[in-house]
Design a binder for this molecule. Structure first.
Ligand SMILES: O=C(O)C1=C[C@@H](OP(=O)(O)O)[C@@H](O)[C@H](O)C1
Ligand SMILES: C=C(OP(=O)(O)O)C(=O)O
Length: 470
């Protein structure tokens, strides 16, 4: 981070202001389906040259949110301009922050902790779980009411995991059946601090509670039995918040004492390892490839995919290891290699939780069997990623057995998959891009039903694919 940074209840009736609108949740129901753009990803020439993937999605969301809470101006370079991050920006503007683009830099003029404004309309979170859950944390300790809506995929995802702790802190919720969006929430100012032990390994839940703690008098503590991505902790420190982390009995206790004053910060967002993963697998499985992926974030809570690919025999070198925005970064040189199936240690899952769909593609082309387990969380992402990938890969000619908490995949030993489709992407960007990679290593190509979801996290994915295999 730049030199200006400080250092590295139960559901109630609808609140009155909202209840007078016909039915905020009805007006927020998912829009009719838009026409989809199908695309067949064909076998390619080797991937070569140098590419640069867009900024990290998790860090981009947090840069905007923390900038919005600081008093003064933060500047962000390398922000991911994907739809998910733009949903965060729109919601923060609706709560008073000024967020504008000036050349290549995003400029955020924050409102300060405790002074978020009442949004006038529903906050449309699109496809983004991170925007929804972290912003719910922010709203929880402000005296405002907000309606959260999302697309058909997001509207199926569980929000009970944040509703539960934020209710203990004093916020009230009127969710849709099953604890889903659309929902209305009313924050409480001052909220009540608490110590919360995460029942699920989730950086979004951890962050929601810590963000609620920023405007809560007293100490809010999250106990994390299994480490998850730590961008919230690292970045809050950069914005001047005293975040304390203690290791007690093998668990992390993460605490902050509110209300805090946040100071602005200039941030350079490193490249997203989750986006780089598609190209790392593609270069590993397409014979003759030799690709450099520049500027990839390698935070140890995020780099599991590269560690697992190396265990499978991938040829990945870290070049020019350095620090960008307080995060470890390197250029990755990836050359084609025959991968070997392995049993993936479930303990590594949180550090590569979004990369399993593309790991399954690597496994489908490996020599031997790959077994994954402990992946129940994949069932509650943008789609049920275990079923979606088992179905999609089988349609493409792979041998896949779906288990309760993982997949067993018998690889082809490097022989291209047959290909086929169209596979259903279920409004899930990671399914779309993973099956695109499968198409590159297939005989007939793989057709996906819709390329639209890709724009949520990786708007120039198709262009970079063209560039790397030109
Ligand atoms: O905190 C974050 O930025 C994220 C946390 C993860 O979700 P969970 O916390 O639900 O595991 C991940 O899947 C998501 O893409 C981004
Ligand atoms: C799960 C993901 O994101 P989110 O939870 O923010 O929708 C993802 O990007 O794979």
């Amino acid at each position: 981070m730049g030199s200006r940074c400080a250092g590295i209840n139960s559901a109630r009736a609808l609140p009155e202001a909202i209840a007078t609108v016909k039915d905020p949740r009805a007006s927020a129901l998912p829009l009719p389906e838009k026409p989809l753009t199908a695309h067949r990803f064909l076998p390619r020439t080797p991937l070569t040259g140098r590419i640069r993937v867009p900024g990290d999605k998790s860090i981009s969301h947090r840069s905007l949110m923390f900038g919005a809470l600081a008093v003064g101006r933060s500047r962000i370079s390398g922000l991911l301009e994907g739809e998910d991050v733009l949903s965060t920006a729109t919601a923060l503007r609706a709560m008073g922050a000024r967020i504008e683009k000036d050349g290549d830099t995003w400029v955020v003029d924050g409102v300060g902790v405790g002074t978020l404004l009442q949004p006038q309309g529903a906050l449309d979170m699109g496809n983004s779980g991170t925007s929804t859950r972290l912003l719910m944390g922010l709203v929880a300790s402000h005296g405002i009411t907000a309606t959260f809506t999302g697309d058909a995929s997001l509207s199926k995802r569980p929000m009970g995991r944040v509703i539960d702790p934020l209710s203990i802190m004093g916020a009230s919720f009127t969710p849709s059946p099953g604890g889903t969006l659309p929902l209305v929430m009313e924050g409480l100012q001052p909220a009540v601090p608490m110590t919360y032990r995460l029942p699920v390994a989730s950086a979004q839940v951890k962050s929601a509670v810590l963000l609620a703690g920023l405007n809560t008098p007293g100490t809010t503590t999250v106990i994390e039995p299994v480490p998850t991505r730590d961008h919230t902790e690292r970045m809050l420190r950069g914005f001047g918040v005293d975040v304390r982390v203690e290791e007690i009995g093998g668990e992390k206790h993460i605490s902050l004492t509110g209300p805090v004053d946040m100071t602005p910060c200039d941030i350079t967002v490193p490249g997203d390892p989750s986006s780089a993963a598609f190209f790392a697998v593609a270069a590993s499985v397409v014979p003759g490839s030799d690709l450099v992926i520049e500027n990839v974030g390698l935070n140890p809570t995020r780099d599991g995919i590269f560690r697992v690919l190396k265990q499978m025999g991938a040829n990945i070198d870290y070049l020019d290891e350095r620090e960008v925005g307080g995060e470890p970064v390197a250029d990755l040189r990836v050359r084609h290699a025959q991968l070997t199936g392995i049993e993936v240690d479930p303990d590594i899952a949180p550090s590569m939780i979004d990369e399993f769909p593309v790991l399954f593609v690597a496994a489908a082309l490996a020599q031997g069997t790959t077994i994954t387990s402990g992946l129940d969380e994949l069932r509650v992402k943008e789609s049920d990623r275990l079923t979606a990938m088992a179905t999609a890969l089988s349609l493409g000619g792979a041998s896949v057995e779906e288990r309760e908490d993982g997949l067993l995949i018998r690889g082809t030993g490097g022989k291209p998959l047959a290909g086929g489709g169209p596979v259903t992407t279920h409004l899930d960007h990671r399914i779309a891009m993973s099956m695109a990679v499968a198409g590159l290593a297939s005989a007939a190509g793989v057709e996906i039903d819709s390329t639209e979801p890709i724009a949520t996290s990786f708007p120039n994915f198709m262009a970079l694919l063209e560039e790397a295999s030109a």
